[in-house]
Design a binder for this molecule. Structure first.
Ligand code: CO
Length: 134
C-alpha cells in the first residue's frame, strides 16, 4: 500500500463557527466541507490553508470520542490522517506490522471518506487515521 502523504490534521475545538472564523482570519483558510455525523458524535469542517487541509471537530455531546478528548485534554491537536490508495490494504499491512487498530475494517468517515483509526499507543501517542478519498 502506498502512503501518499498527510491528508489532513484534525483539531478538537469547542466552537466550530469560531474556529472556522479564526482559521479564515489568521491563515486565510477557506471552508471545503462542513458536515455533522450524528453516529460519530461530531460536527466537523474541513478547511484549506493553501494546499493543506485542517479538520476542525466539535463534539455533539460530552459522551462522544471528541467530547471525552476535550474533557480530558482540552482543545488542540486530535489526530493526523494519512492518505492511502486502499484503507483495507493499509489496515492489513498495519495489522501485519503489529500495530494496534481502533477500526478493524474501513468505515465511512466525514465528507464521504473511507477511514480507519490506528491506536495512539501504536504511533508514539498520536491518534492516526488512514483515509482514502471516495
Ligand atoms: Co480525520
Amino acid at each position: 500500500v502506498t502512503f501518499r502523504g498527510v491528508h489532513h490534521v484534525g483539531f478538537a475545538v469547542t466552537d466550530l463557527d469560531e474556529a472556522v472564523e479564526t482559521y479564515a482570519l489568521l491563515f486565510g483558510a477557506t471552508v471545503e466541507h462542513r458536515d455533522a455525523v450524528a453516529d460519530q458524535g461530531v460536527e466537523a469542517a474541513s478547511v484549506l490553508v493553501g494546499a493543506s487541509r485542517i479538520e476542525l471537530l466539535v463534539p455533539t455531546g460530552e459522551d462522544t470520542p471528541v467530547g471525552r478528548f476535550l474533557a480530558k485534554r482540552g482543545p488542540g491537536m486530535h489526530h493526523v490522517a494519512y492518505e492511502v490508495d486502499d484503507v483495507g490494504s493499509a489496515l492489513a499491512g498495519l495489522r501485519h506490522a503489529g500495530a494496534e487498530l481502533i477500526d478493524q475494517v474501513p468505515r465511512h468517515g466525514l465528507f464521504g471518506l473511507q477511514v480507519a483509526f490506528v491506536h495512539p499507543d501504536a504511533v508514539h501517542g498520536v491518534l492516526t487515521e488512514v483515509v482514502c478519498p471516495a
